[in-house]
Ligand binder design. Sequence first.
Ligand SMILES: NC(=O)NCCC[C@H](N)C(=O)O
Length: 408
Amino acid sequence: MAANTGQAVNIFSEIGKLKQVIVHRPGRELENLVPDYLDRLLFDDIPFLEAAQKEHDEFAKILEDNGVEVLYLERLVTEALDAADVKEQFVDEWLAETGLAKGATYEAIRQDLLNYDDTFEMVLKTMEGYTKTEVEVSDSVSLADSISGDYPFLVDPMPNLYFTRDPFATIGNGVSINHMYAETRNRETLYGKYIFDFHPNFKDTETYYKRDAETRIEGGDILILSEKTLAIGISQRTDARSIETLAKNIFGTTSYDEVLAFSIAENRKFMHLDTVFTMVDYDKFTIHPEIEGDLQVFSVTKDGEGVKIEEKVDTLENILAEALEIEKVELIRCGGGDPVIAAREQWNDGSNTLTIAPGVVIVYNRNTVTNKLLREAGITVHEFDGSELVRGRGGPRCMSMPVYRENI
Ligand SMILES: NC(=O)NCCC[C@H](N)C(=O)O
């Protein structure tokens, strides 16, 4: 438990002083990226692991130097499996989601994982995946085990795990365990499930969305505007129906009574709401100017057992000011509104700021124009080098899942 509200999870804003956050230090899963399967694994290039780890350590150091306790996903999962003695159950569930048919290979991998004395190393191995060259099966007992084929993996790696923002999302005193858009990321949500089902500190957390839900939603689309209002993107990654499901699950039982649904274009460059829009202070937001023209915003509120949907026809500034119950808000445009600079810096996550206290953010140093504009707007900007990390198309907000923020 991080502070003093008596709750393990406490996230009622985007900007309250961050006390505890979940991250994942990129591991050997990045070394299982190969050019032929980058699209399938949602990457644009292959990061140099050692450099990516250094960059990530720099990110963690900025957090710690600013009083944030950094929790590592891989450690939390290890602690959950050991505390509840559910290692075998986890391995079986993980295997069932690999797509491997039961047979000699399946059994060899199962045995390999269960032979690890160190649960932490076992967890890292489940993230890394298995190549065909590392598992020896002496007797092929099934047709599936006998096929060679060109595909290099028996079990795919999970290279997107360092974007801890997406597979689960903390909201108020609860969590949504997400159903992801792509198969490669859906497997990541199993780690969230084990943390929130079995970790001694987190197992009593309320769950507002389940990974076996039919429609998709990802954490990068969920912004905690205040203790009453969420903003959720309808995007490449989040289906409008999931927003209604989540809204019904939180209205009436939590402090939330409104969701603002932001309909943004469905494409890779704007994959989540947080790649084009983040909150950096009580009254300041970063925004990618390319989304402003076509943006449609809907208000979702409680209506008996169901929800009421109304389109908000007003400027974005007015919609946000009304939701926050303040006079006015300022939008800080990525790249200053210049179309070329904005497009370049947004692609490199210039709008993907992580706010660690009101008016204090962490960003990549490469987005020089946007970072200067943030400073000119009075924001304190902590920068680090993300040249390797950015190849997975995510920035500081994507690489962090806040667990505890002070209320504002
Ligand atoms: N919230 C975010 O925008 N997360 C970045 C996710 C990047 C990852 N390669 C993906 O395509 O899902």
